[in-house]
Design a binder for this molecule. Structure first.
Ligand code: AMP
Length: 513
């Protein structure tokens, strides 16, 4: 692992990896704990190179806050990063980030609607300070993906907006809040708490949990949910509540009733320590993401799981076929990536998923029904060339997310759980040994009268494909850190389907993560 304190050092190090390798950034203020570790673990799994930045950002502390006493534990941070497989730590000085003594700096000002409520109301200038430094880190590192914790939900919403508004080509991934067994959200500031205060602080998570239980029983009204939390918080007078609010998770505006999702957020102090916590109350049916190597039976199993659970099968393959049809019919050269990106951006693709197993996904392009045409051999022959294009992939991932936003879908691929639906309620990684997949393939080939290839040759082919799929720069095959691996070696398709359905039922209580 390398440690850089200067921009030229880090940039030169990263230059070797561009443009073929994905670079992850985990921005932190150090004093790393298991919350940070969960972000880092995900980054290391999902990207090829992980940079952890450590910078206690003076711009996000007001003069009355704890900047000077904020914990600084570089040596143990270094050890943790090294043990987790981080490629580089970036630990710049304030001067390096251009915010030395001068107050004359270019600031990034997030929209007031996002900064005026919740913590922003009590920490003037805080989110401007965060946005200014995070933008600098983004520009210095130019990561492919950046990881942020849901614990800082307002920060997360602001960073997402920043990336959209400044057209940064960075994928923001959110990680669930890591908690102590007592429920207390892990935080660098927890070390300020005495043993008694730490115990008292559990009231925050406990109150959120009560609201979650009530939400699961059907409560959707702001007044009721807030009253439940407030009543419970009142049991611990040492907790001085600063705010308690129910807002929309993206717009951060207060909501009267939860329609699709609500962010229930609390901040307050115990002794001298300010603590925040939140919970997302999400009302949607599950998203089941099924990833795994080619030939593990993903598409058959995915369709069956959707059918048996009455969920929608989201046919991502149909989307790539639709784009291929669009390109072929436009007369464009299949390698004209820029023109294809432009064409696709201007096109209207409607995907109407099947609502019963006998139906196929209806696909319309610019109003024209192309459901049947996209299945023609001419399109089949070209799909993989189109699917390998970055801009196509990005636009279709956006479309997939829109279609899956309200849940109730089962979807398969190589990076569905890691990239497309990282917040999926159930993630399955379907595998089988290369030998077993070769055996199945040989059986299929023989049934079609196409034998003549040996099991050993097929196994080798499959191993080669696995390697390529896991190492491709675009949408590589990855097992999400929270995916459940299902090895199908000695299982029939029915058994695999049943196993996934059982996991789904086990997971049903897990709505608001
Ligand atoms: P900080 O060092 O406090 O600026 O945090 C760095 C990143 O770690 C931010 O994206 C935080 O949201 C995230 N983080 C902090 N605590 C936790 C936690 N308990 N669980 C998950 N993520 C966290």
């Amino acid at each position: 692992m390398q440690i850089f304190t200067t921009i030229p050092g880090l940039r030169t190090f990263l230059a070797d990896y561009r443009p073929d390798h994905s670079i992850a950034l985990v921005p932190t203020m150090g004093a790393l704990h298991k919350g940070h570790a969960s972000l880092i673990r995900r980054a290391v799994t999902e990207a090829e190179v992980t940079v952890v930045s450590i910078f206690v950002n003076p711009l996000q502390f007001s003069p009355t806050e704890d900047f000077s006493r904020y914990p600084r534990t570089f040596e143990s941070d270094r050890q943790l990063c090294e043990s987790l497989g981080v490629a580089a730590i970036f630990a710049p000085s304030a001067e390096t980030l251009g915010i030395g003594d001068s107050e004359e700096i270019t600031a990034v000002v997030p929209p007031i609607s996002l900064t005026s409520g919740l913590c922003g109301a009590f920490r003037p200038g805080h989110f401007q300070g965060v946005a200014t430094i995070v933008t600098r880190l983004f520009n210095i590192i130019a990561p492919t993906i950046a990881y942020f914790g849901e614990k800082d939900a307002q920060q997360l919403a602001i960073i997402r907006q920043l990336v959209r508004d400044l057209n940064l080509a960075i994928e923001i991934r959110a990680c669930a809040t890591v908690r102590e067994t007592s429920g207390l959200a892990v935080s660098s500031r927890n070390q300020y708490l005495s043993a008694t205060e730490r115990e008292k602080a559990t009231i925050i998570a406990q109150s959120l949990q009560l609201a979650l239980e009530s939400f699961r029983l059907g409560e959707r009204q702001r007044e009721k949910l807030l009253a439940i939390v407030q009543k419970n918080l009142d049991r611990v007078p040492e907790f001085r509540c600063q705010y308690l609010d129910l807002v929309h998770p993206q717009s951060l505006q207060p909501i009267e009733q939860i329609e699709t999702g609500g962010l229930l957020a609390i901040a307050g102090s115990i002794g001298q320590t300010r603590l925040i916590d939140n919970i997302i109350l999400r009302q949607r049916r599950a998203v089941i993401a099924i990833d795994g190597p080619a030939g593990a039976g993903k598409s058959t199993v995915t369709r069956l799981v959707a059918e048996k659970l009455g969920l929608t099968y989201l046919d991502t393959g149909a989307m790539y076929r639709a784009v291929t049809w669009l390109v072929v019919n436009s007369g464009l050269d299949l390698s004209a990536e820029a023109a294809i990106a432009e064409l696709l951006s201007l096109a209207k693709i409607a995907i109407i998923p099947a609502d019963n197993p006998e139906n196929v996904t209806i696909v319309k392009i610019n109003g024209q029904d192309v459901t049947l045409e996209i299945r023609s051999p001419a399109i089949t022959a070209q799909v993989s060339r189109i699917a390998a294009q970055k801009a196509v992939r990005q636009q279709l991932v956006t479309l997939q997310r829109q279609l899956g936003m309200s849940g109730g879908i089962v979807v398969e691929g190589r990076d569905i759980g890691t990239n497309v639906f990282p917040e999926a309620e159930l993630k399955i990684f379907l595998t089988a040994t290369p030998e077993e997949r070769a055996r199945r393939r040989l059986k299929d080939l023989e049934a079609q009268g196409n034998g003549g290839i040996s099991l050993a040759e097929l196994t080798q082919e499959i191993e080669k494909r696995d390697y390529l799929d896991s190492n491709r720069s675009l949408a590589p095959l990855r097992k999400a850190t929270d995916a459940i691996e299902v090895n199908t070696d000695h299982l029939s398709i029915t058994e695999v389907t049943e196993k996934i359905i059982a996991l789904y039922h086990l997971n049903q209580g897990n709505l608001g993560r």
